[in-house]
Design a protein around this ligand. Structure first.
Ligand code: SF4
Ligand code: SF4
Length: 206
């Protein structure tokens, strides 16, 4: 019986607590923000849309490796010794052409893990959070700034450099093989000459 009355007491107490909070709000100043015309200031470390400053990107792939959902695609081409790509604003030497840098923001979970490993601090979270699209493809942000012609040119240059390296390697291997064959021939000739001399020395005198 005492449990029955205790339950009634608890129910009334709980209702009173809820009503006290409701009544409290009835006498506080109302704050209505006229979104989207008025927007709240976001906290300093808010994580929203990413931005990449390609002038400072060295194509190191660290951000893509850190991404847990693989939404960053990067392709690079090695610069030729005759090409000077300059340095970043942080003083890092640029050695790779970044031919592709895509972020599929539809997959992004805004974890920010890509931002921390960047050696040139060129990938960052912005305060932009309204970027819905009708077409999903439009949520793939393409940051690479090279034109298709430039990409084609650097790829061809890389292929030619690779082919030249392979040609030189094959040439060196063939030369080495020829030298080894010649050395073997000389050794065989020297050995047979020595045998002939030994035979002559051991022949009985008449
Ligand atoms: S914020 Fe996270 S999920 Fe989005 S691109 Fe960076 S690492 Fe990937
Ligand atoms: S970590 Fe930074 S420098 Fe390296 S590829 Fe990503 S954005 Fe570019």
């Amino acid at each position: 019986m005492s449990g029955y009355f205790k339950d009634i007491k608890d129910a009334i107490g709980t209702a009173l607590v809820g009503m006290r909070i409701t009544w409290g709000h009835m006498f506080t100043k109302k704050v209505t923000i006229q979104y989207p015309d008025v927007k709240r200031d976001l906290p300093d470390r808010t994580r929203n849309r990413l931005y990449v400053n390609m002038d400072d990107c060295i194509g190191c792939d660290q951000c893509a490796k850190a991404c847990p959902v693989n939404c960053i695609d990067i392709e690079t081409v090695k610069a030729q010794p005759t090409e000077d790509l300059g340095t970043t604003s942080t003083g890092n030497k640029k050695r790779l052409w970044v031919t592709l840098f895509d972020i599929d923001i539809a997959k992004c979970c805004y974890c920010g893990l890509c931002v921390y490993p960047c050696p040139t601090e060129c990938i960052e979270m912005t305060d932009v959070f309204e970027f819905s699209e009708y077409n999903r493809e439009d949520l793939i942000y393409r940051y690479a700034i090279m034109s298709p012609e430039e990409v084609e040119r650097v790829k061809i240059a890389e292929e030619e450099a690779k082919a030249e390296k392979e040609r030189k390697k094959a040439e060196a291997a063939a030369k080495k093989k020829a030298e080894e064959a010649k050395k073997k021939e000389e050794e065989a000739a020297a050995a047979s000459e020595s045998d002939a001399k030994n035979d002559g020395d051991s022949a009985p005198n008449e």
